[in-house]
Write a protein that binds this ligand. Structure first.
Ligand SMILES: Cc1cc2nc3c(=O)[nH]c(=O)nc-3n(C[C@H](O)[C@H](O)[C@H](O)COP(=O)(O)OP(=O)(O)OC[C@H]3O[C@@H](n4cnc5c(N)ncnc54)[C@H](O)[C@@H]3O)c2cc1C
Length: 410
């Protein structure tokens, strides 16, 4: 198969880049290794209260509805580059596509397979359309262990565990890496109690909970009286290898806090921060409105532990440098954006890495360090959804210039 551009990664960056290229008349094929497209944004809730809070989550649905209307874009899910070569200016990528073991047309969502599956997380639902999938990383059968419990119990015969992989060879003149980021692993900060103290969640987990239609926040029998947000977990923290600001976390926490406050008006919200960063346009106004509704404490908690009543307790130094111990019903760790291993074959050309470990150079330039290979979105560094889309627009114009130069034989 021959295409102008191979896009690796089907998050908001890959999708918006495919769209921008298509508008310029450039044909692309997008490969996504997960069984569904959308990347991290597919887990986010709409944060609208009485009015839109401009979180950008709905922009994903905009792309998902308009992309199928163009002939210039082809998408393959469950796919990654298996091997790679280059002849002159032509790239050759051998793509391995893994087919999902669940035939969603047959599945009636009875849930029996999920009940019998012994491997946690091996069966999971797409956050976009709730279709069921099997995780190749977690399924025991994929690991060579003889287990067919889900296929045996399925009354519809909707699960086929024999792998149906296919290989495709794709030739392209350019490659765009839109491989995204990995959320900071909060368990790297054991003093903050993640996975150790009940009632401590990450902002990503809270977002996914709020996305569910009948969401129920974890709360005690007294209800949800108090929530704390801890900023800069895995950002601006050289000890965690993240000596940079993740740019999105302050906006994320404040929007989540406002959304919760609009639904649970009695809940007290406290935000622990080092510096509130407002990279977004007009975010200062939102922040000013918020200051009457919640408490801002300029302090980085030293520990989160389980209190005697089972609720998480935050230990921090107050403004007067006295030690404070305050219990909350829920503590949200506002996790940052970490670089992700782009999962490319060894034969792939060496790429630039910036000082924080993301692909590409320090600036806004979308070159990845090898002629014809470009990078955009969170793969290049922390960015909001709209930041990713803006960079896709820039990348599309740079790719067009590159393809035009090739056509002219330059
Ligand atoms: C807790 C949290 C909350 C956030 N909330 C907001 C918010 O409310 N508003 C906002 O503007 N921003 C928010 N962000 C930032 C937002 O998530 C990013 O801007 C956005 O997801 C980046 O999109 P992306 O497509 O670059 O990367 P991703 O969303 O990470 O998508 C990358 C895709 O590439 C795929 N991929 C990776 N490697 C390969 C490979 N080798 N082959 C094939 N596919 C591959 C991945 O499977 C993935 O689907 C939040 C971030 C965090 C951590």
């Amino acid at each position: 198969m021959k295409k102008d551009v191979l896009i690796v990664g089907g998050g908001i960056t890959g999708l918006s880049l495919a769209w921008e290229l298509s508008c310029l008349g450039i044909q692309s094929i997008l490969i996504e290794k997960a069984p569904f497209i959308g990347g991290h944004v597919s887990q986010f809730a709409c944060k609208a209260t009485q009015t839109c809070q401009r979180c950008g989550a709905c922009l994903l649905e905009d792309y998902l509805s308009k992309l199928p209307r163009t002939n210039n874009i082809q998408m393959l899910v469950g796919s990654r580059i298996d091997s790679f070569s280059q002849a002159g200016r032509e790239f050759n990528a051998l793509i391995m596509q893994r087919r999902s073991g669940v035939i969603n047309e047959k599945c009636d969502d009875c849930g029996l397979c999920e009940k019998v599956c012994p491997a946690e997380g091996a069966l999971f639902k797409s956050p976009l359309d709730s279709s069921l999938h099997i995780s190749n990383e977690k399924c025991l059968k994929s690991k060579g262990i003889s287990c067919e419990a889900c296929a045996q119990i399925c009354p519809q015969g909707a699960i086929e565990l024999e792998e149906k992989n296919r290989e495709l060879e794709i030739q392209s003149s350019a490659i765009a890496l839109c491989t995204g980021f990995t959320p900071f692993d909060a368990s790297q900060k054991p003093r903050l109690g993640y996975q150790r103290v009940p009632g401590v969640l990450t902002s990503l987990e809270l977002d996914s909970l709020l996305r569910a239609e009948n969401f129920q926040l974890p709360q005690s029998s007294d209800g949800l009286k108090s929530i704390a947000f801890i900023q800069c977990v895995g950002s601006r923290d050289p000890k965690s290898g993240a000596n940079y600001c993740s740019q999105i976390c302050c906006g994320v926490s404040i929007r989540l806090a406002r959304l919760i406050k609009s639904r649970h008006t009695e809940t007290r919200i406290t935000i622990f921060y080092m510096d509130i960063q407002t990279f977004e346009r007009e975010f200062d106004k939102t922040l000013d409105q918020t200051k009457n509704d919640m408490m801002f404490v300029r302090s980085m908690p030293s520990e989160i532990r389980s209190g005697e009543d089972g609720r998480p307790e935050i230990i921090y130094h107050g403004n007067d440098d006295t030690k404070q111990i305050v219990p909350f019903d829920l503590v949200i760790l506002s996790i940052g954006i970490s670089p992700r291993d782009p999962d490319l074959p060894g034969s792939f050309p060496a790429l630039w890495k910036n000082r924080d470990g993301f692909i590409g150079s320090e600036g806004n330039d979308v070159a990845a360090g090898h002629p014809g290979i470009f990078v955009a979105g969170a793969a290049k560094g922390p960015k909001s959804i709209t930041g990713c889309i803006s960079q896709s627009i820039l990348a599309a114009s740079q790719i067009k210039k590159y393809l035009d130069r090739i056509k002219r034989g330059e």
